[in-house]
Design a protein around this ligand. Sequence first.
Ligand SMILES: *[C@@H]1O[C@H](CO)[C@@H](O)[C@H](O)[C@H]1NC(C)=O
Ligand SMILES: *[C@@H]1O[C@H](CO)[C@@H](O)[C@H](O)[C@H]1NC(C)=O
Length: 300
Amino acid sequence: MARVCVFLVALLLLCVYKILALKLGSSNQNPVVLEYHSVELSCIIEDGIMTANPRIEWKKIKSGGPSYVFFNNQVVGDLMNRADILNNPSLIIHNTSRTDTATYRCEVTDDIGKTPGEISIQLMVQVKPVTPRCNVPKAVPVGKTAVLHCRENEGQPNSVYRWYRNSEPLPDNSKSNPKFVNSSFTLDPKTGTLVFSAVTKSDTGLYYCIATNPAGSAKCGEQQLEVYDLNIAGIVCGALVVLLVLVLITLAICCAYRKGYFSKGKPNGKSYKTSAKPEGVNYLRTDDEGDFRHKSSFVI
Ligand SMILES: *[C@@H]1O[C@H](CO)[C@@H](O)[C@H](O)[C@H]1NC(C)=O
Ligand SMILES: *[C@@H]1O[C@H](CO)[C@@H](O)[C@H](O)[C@H]1NC(C)=O
């Protein structure tokens, strides 16, 4: 019997509480707005004993604790001069800023019950992306890795990124599309980083990136990526030829030395240089533009 009494009393208290507490509602508990546009934080008294002067308070819930937005019948804090109470007790923010993204709590107390009704509104202020900073290596040898970066930090919510080659969008993974069978790359759309594990000639092209979020998109300027042949065989051959030439020169010098070409004091004092001129060829200076012509007495 006592238990039933306790239960009934509890039920009665709950009913009284329910009647006295205001019940609040909202036409939109998750409003989304573009930065610099206006937004209504809708708060509607749905149920309760209406009084002539309900006390209205709005709070912004931050990590450091709630702060007042509307208190004592005026807008205070960050939103001062930017917000008004419209259609009691909804709040309208005229010129939203990115820092307004937060949870707001509407609290209404009627002067009979003194039991506040409350409702939370989650406001999201969206910010368009700005032009991303893009980084494309200018020239990469065939077979080497290449990393392309694209990033912007203004967009709210965070931007996602897409790379384009010669105006054609690249998939997140080259393996996912037969068109890119000759490439091997992966893109992380969240970071904007495009990684080629080994570039091929077909990766040469004009690259740009677009950052996108629900508020808009922004593109960086095109940049050229050049892929060049690093011809290993050619380099080895070239090195061998140089080595061969050096060996031959060394051998020639050795031979010449052995045969005494470098010894001083030839018997008839004639140097090889002067006698190297073939007999019968006379070097003549002709009148026209000081050219050297030679004519052989054997030819004429
Ligand atoms: C809105 O606020 C920004 C600064 O946050 C200011 O530059 C701009 O002039 C304001 N616009 C209006 C219409 O008040
Ligand atoms: C890939 O490379 C092969 C051989 O070089 C070529 O025949 C083919 O057309 C290329 N495919 C694409 C999609 O570029």
